[in-house]
Design a protein around this ligand. Structure first.
Ligand code: ADP
Ligand code: ADP
Length: 229
């Protein structure tokens, strides 16, 4: 399982306006790290740099010790599974949406794909209680069900790194907690970086980084941060 390191990363979209001011942090291999902070702090920017939509002006980003400025975007995408806030589903069956890229994917196809990734029990859990069959179209799904499908779609690819970008922020808190419990089990030994603006979302993280105006304001466990107020 790879680690992620941001080493003194300086970045701005425009020359006169620095967004990340020499940001340094590590997500140790197999650990769960969460970044929280107010809107505009630079959280999504971190996600974009990880995928090399942009490169930093200074500093380095390392995945498993390798400087990603020498890694093709395509390869990063196959390495990092992202669950965004508003997942867009194909106008097709749930099965197709999970095993996407394949015509009329059946339950067996999904099982095959996810058995290879040894995550079938988690997929079953994610889809547990679905009113809609996997063979049906996914249009009528609730927000929570849609996110479960999106998570399953990401997990069948068995990405060594999981990037949760406000993955549950749009859901009501009960649905959110429910999905988070499953997610936590699924991603147990997977290097995970979660981006969120609510502390409750990421209570399980091994370490929380509080980002403010592109700088780390605090780091600690959920308990430590609550104690500090
Ligand atoms: P967060 O995800 O924490 O809400 P962002 O990373 O989206 O923050 O944004 C950080 C800062 O970068 C904000 O001030 C935002 O306005 C600015 N920003 C984001 N995207 C762009 C862009 N494409 N061009 C210029 N500025 C941007
Ligand atoms: P934004 O903050 O602009 O809404 P997202 O939070 O959806 O963007 O995603 C963060 C970054 O990851 C964006 O630059 C986006 O283009 C990229 N991204 C989103 N979904 C995927 C995906 N499935 N594969 C690769 N990159 C993605």
């Amino acid at each position: 399982r790879p680690s992620i390191i941001f080493d003194n990363v300086v970045f701005g979209y425009e020359p006169e306006r620095t967004i990340l001011h020499g940001l340094t942090f590590e997500v140790p291999a197999g650990s769960h790290v969460a970044i929280v902070g107010p809107s505009g702090a630079g959280k999504s920017t971190i996600a974009r740099l990880l995928f090399r939509f942009y490169d930093p002006q200074k500093g380095r980003i390392l995945i498993d010790g390798q400087d990603i400025s020498r890694v093709a975007q395509q390869s990063l995408r196959s390495h990092i599974g992202i669950v965004p806030q508003d997942s867009v589903l194909f106008n097709d069956t749930i099965g197709y949406n999970i095993a996407y890229g394949r015509e009329d994917a059946s339950v067996e196809d999904i099982e095959r794909a996810s058995r290879a990734a040894s995550i079938m029990p988690f997929i079953e859990r994610l889809l547990d209680g679905f009113e809609t069959e996997v063979g049906e179209r996914g249009l009528k799904l609730s927000g929570g069900e849609k996110q479960r499908v999106a998570i399953a779609r990401t997990l069948v690819k068995d990405p060594p790194i999981l990037l949760l970008d406000e993955a549950t922020s749009a859901l009501d808190s009960r649905t959110e907690q429910d999905i988070l419990r499953t997610l936590h089990k699924v991603s147990e030994h997977r290097t995970t970086l979660a981006i969120a603006h609510r502390l409750s979302t990421i209570a399980d993280a091994d370490r929380i980084l509080v980002l403010d105006h592109g700088r780390l304001a605090e780091t600690g466990t959920h308990r430590e941060l609550l104690r500090k107020g």
